[in-house]
Design a protein around this ligand. Sequence first.
Ligand SMILES: Cc1ncc(C[n+]2csc(CCOP(=O)(O)OP(=O)(O)O)c2C)c(N)n1
Ligand SMILES: [Mg+2]
Length: 325
Amino acid sequence: MQRNTARQFLYDMTLARRFEEAAAEQYTQGNIGGFLHLYPGEEAVAVGSLRAADAGDYVVSTYREHVHALMRGIPPTAVMAELFGKATGCSGGYGGSMHLFDKERRFLGGYAIVGETFPVATGVAYWLRMQNATDAVLCYFGDGAANQGTFHESLNMAALWKLPVLFICENNHYQIGTEIHRHSAVAEIHRRAIAYGMVGRRVDGMDVLAVYEATRLALEHVRSGNGPYLLECDTYRYRGHSMADSGAYRSALEVGELRARDPLETFRRQVLEEGRLEQAECDAVEAEVRDSVEAAVRFAEESPPPQQLDKDVYVTPMDLYGGGA
Ligand SMILES: Cc1ncc(C[n+]2csc(CCOP(=O)(O)OP(=O)(O)O)c2C)c(N)n1
Ligand SMILES: [Mg+2]
């Protein structure tokens, strides 16, 4: 691992953590409305997998998608402003936390319905296949979503037509308050790939470099016309399901054990021990991230709300296609 790469990963992992901590604080202060699902504990999944993707790839994610949007290159200012519901947000302030979107960066959401990502990603992959494109689709979903009908329908179709889609399960072991062994007959999600003749693999989702490498290999497979791939990232969320959930159904012992394997701290320790970065460099990264997140909060606070609430709610064929429709 080059020095620059180590720094980039450390920056990304730190940004992922501090951005979400700031979002929690702003929610508590009443600056963010609606539901807010945060990502601390799971950072290595979005960072590792999206650093292995190309700029031309499409990304479809869930309601726990702030870090995916940041890793796709949407500026922290535009993501934070969207959480605040401001006009300068990446969805113009109309979407909020669960509906981040950026067409230019090929970030196609932000979906609040559990299991909604599967048919969207499969449809985009079908369109790519029709054009013989080499781009791929990265489709994120939780362990709970793997029990939705759309999971089975979409994986079947994607495998049948050898579509270029990488299904990435963020297995944080819980579907809100229900632990995976209580909601899934087959708790090893990657093994479900067998049912569709697909390749499935599990990786340590607390290890950013392991996720990066597993995603790189999976995308190679997908891009080579071998069909879809199911990558299960074994991870954990520290907070409750959303800001409305205290997470009291988990013991302090359980959370403590997982925190001991913290993906950010582990990575920082690793680069220090291996001599890839010095302490001063790590401190500089922390300071840079702090400035960036503070600037994002300020930008969101100072931005105006959307001026026209019914804009883009109804479209007519005339709006879409002009007079020729
Ligand atoms: C179709 C549908 N059913 C129920 C819900 C309510 N709901 C929101 S999140 C969630 C749990 C999903 O858990 P999982 O897929 O493991 O993702 P995680 O939140 O753990 O990232 C549920 C049941 C919903 N949004 N959509
Ligand atoms: Mg889950």
